[in-house]
Design a protein around this ligand. Structure first.
Ligand code: FES
Ligand code: FES
Length: 190
């Protein structure tokens, strides 16, 4: 059994100790915000924090994570209010979104280490791959997150995930919003 802390909770994995952390997080802990891209340490889609540092979770076994504190995108903040998350929304950054949780985790680790990174610092730290080419917006959003983190700019927290069924129906008329199900009758009403 391998034990460490995930998002503030002590976790014991009864898995092969050589299992990559990525699969323990996704398959055993259902933390699917951490993505599988290449499985070879190249793309960064699987980036999480281990003891505050950005780590590619496909490249570390759960045995190697024993005793550490792991944080995934789900726990970067309780209400999507981390300065990086706020700046990402304000810059309308993601395109398909697949790489973005890894990008956000890498950017958050960078700002924790270097509160005012230069463009060179950003280029050195953000080696994740985005097949949609969002790189210029990423650099801009990181500079904006710096201002938010320093209290020089105020932004709203990112909205909750998911699509409101009525909004979806307005955009795609073929969709019909589900009708609220009738309340079951009480026995005394029959
Ligand atoms: Fe881990 Fe690509 S999936 S670096
Ligand atoms: Fe599509 Fe990065 S936003 S891969």
């Amino acid at each position: 059994m391998t034990s460490f802390t995930v998002n503030g909770q002590p976790v014991h994995y009864k898995m092969d100790p050589e299992t990559p952390l990525l699969w323990a997080l996704r398959d055993a802990s259902n933390l699917t915000g951490t993505k599988y891209g290449c499985g070879a340490g190249q793309c960064g889609a699987c980036t999480v924090h281990i003891d505050g540092k950005a780590v590619r979770s496909c490249q570390i076994t759960i045995a190697a994570a024993e005793g550490t504190f792991v944080t995934t995108i789900e726990a970067l903040s309780r209400d999507r209010s981390h300065p990086v998350q706020q700046a990402w929304v304000a810059e309308n950054l993601p395109q398909c979104g697949y790489c973005q949780s890894g990008m956000i985790m890498a950017a958050a680790a960078l700002l924790a280490e270097i509160p005012r990174p230069s463009d060179e610092d950003i280029d050195a730290a953000m080696t994740n791959i985005c097949r949609c080419g969002t790189y210029p917006r990423i650099r801009k959003a990181i500079h904006r997150a710096v201002r938010v983190q320093a209290g020089r700019e105020k932004l709203a927290a990112a909205p909750p995930g998911g699509i409101d069924p009525e909004d979806a129906a307005r955009t795609v008329p073929a969709l019909t919003p589900p009708k609220p199900s009738p309340k079951p009758k009480k026995l005394s009403d029959r």
